[in-house]
Design a protein around this ligand. Structure first.
Ligand SMILES: [Zn+2]
Length: 385
């Protein structure tokens, strides 16, 4: 999806930021609570802040007043992470701050490398690419009398898209009143429901045509959803990924939680399908590579279209200090620019960063046995060798 209208307001502000001459602090902090202890990410933040402060001191482009402001802001970020922030489902938190009051906290459900960058504008190069990978899910919560549609983006409720209430049938004229008398109460209720479901379907379809969501989840009572499914436009049927059972007045948090389970299932199935295609089709046909060496090679040649990796995969290697050259072999100097290579105990982060910089799609998976056996990482290529 090319347009930015589905991004949350905060993200849009960051992506549209116009530099005003003031340095902006961008903090990326990995906080995945399934892997990292709170104490560890706080320690990691503290050491990054110490390093950032010493870089600021040595930077001739930053004046004395700016220096003090940046230092105060870094302390504010430290206090925020210590006293206020809780990771919950976030894997990476990004904080943008500047002297003129810019303060944005963005939670991502993807692991990114921790870093602090101080630049004239927010550091978003990778974010833009990353966000394109995320789908927007429409959730339609329906009942016999009312319906609500909202969108979920990156696991969070993004916005209400519509609320619909079944209208009382218009005043009938004499002749149709007679006709009504012929019908029993039940069929009148059915007629009303029929009209209402048609309206819900039309409104939902309009939102889809307006590209307000990519996939649809239906939510409601067990007996209502199958009835409504008959009304779904054929295009909506194609993007309908699952149902959740809920009461019309269920708290939004419950709906979100259940919807996220459906989304994880759906996305896992898609990811597994990509892996199967890479191993069964792209790799044998020369349009795919498997294993860290071949994947790095594809990246060094800017040949990769999609990178697929297991989030628990680690591998040591070397990174060039000046260009983005990566290697798992110990080499004297970078073959591209002759600079010194630095040893990393884990270069998977560097591989992902490089892939995002190149505009690759990045697919992170966990515990897919076929991928692990094939080397835990691979790439779909843009073209054959
Ligand atoms: Zn180099």
């Amino acid at each position: 999806m090319e347009d930015f209208k589905n991004y949350s307001k905060d993200l849009k502000e960051i992506l549209d930021y116009i530099p005003d001459g003031n340095p902006v602090i961008s903090v990326y902090l990995r906080v995945d609570n399934s892997k990292i202890l709170r104490q560890d990410y706080i320690t990691s933040l503290n050491s990054m802040i110490t390093e950032a402060k010493s870089n600021i001191e040595g930077n001739a482009n930053i004046d004395k007043v700016q220096r003090r402001n940046l230092s105060d802001l870094l302390e504010k970020i430290k206090r925020y992470i210590n006293d206020v922030f809780r990771p919950e489902s976030a894997k990476t938190v990004i904080i943008y701050a500047d002297r003129l009051g810019l303060w944005k906290v963005i939670r991502l459900s993807l692991n990114l490398k921790s870093k602090i960058i101080i630049d004239p504008k927010p550091h978003t190069q990778n974010l833009r690419t990353l966000l394109k990978n995320y789908k927007v899910y429409g959730v339609l919560l329906l009942d016999k009398e009312k319906a609500q549609i909202y969108s979920l983006y990156m696991g969070e409720v993004n916005e209400y898209l519509a609320a619909l209430i079944s209208e009382v049938p218009p005043k009938v004229n004499y002749r149709s009143q007679l006709a009504y008398k012929e019908k029993n109460l039940l069929s009148r209720i059915e007629e009303k429901l029929h009209q209402f479901f048609k309206i819900i379907n039309e409104r939902t379809f309009e939102l889809f045509k307006d590209r307000r969501f990519d996939s649809l989840i239906l939510a409601g009572r067990k007996e209502i959803i199958p009835q409504f499914e008959n009304y779904l436009h054929s295009y909506l049927q194609q993007i309908h990924i699952g149902n959740i059972y809920a009461e019309p007045d269920s708290p939004l948090g419950d709906i979100k939680e259940k919807a996220n389970k459906v989304i994880v299932q759906h996305e896992t199935a898609l990811k597994n399908a990509i892996i199967d295609k890479l191993i069964n089709e792209y790799f044998p046909g020369g349009m795919g590579v498997l294993g860290i060496k071949a994947t790095i090679n594809a990246l060094n040649l800017e040949q990769a279209k999609t990178i697929i990796y297991d989030i628990n995969f680690k591998h040591d290697g070397y990174v060039c200090n000046s260009c983005t050259y990566l290697t798992v072999e110990q080499e004297e100097t970078c073959p591209y620019c002759d600079s010194k290579l630095t040893y990393y105990s884990d270069i998977v982060d560097e591989i992902i960063e490089d892939a995002l910089k190149q505009g690759c799609e990045v697919v992170d998976v966990e515990n897919n046995e076929r991928l692990i056996k094939a080397g835990s990482i691979g790439a779909v290529l843009r073209y054959k060798f």
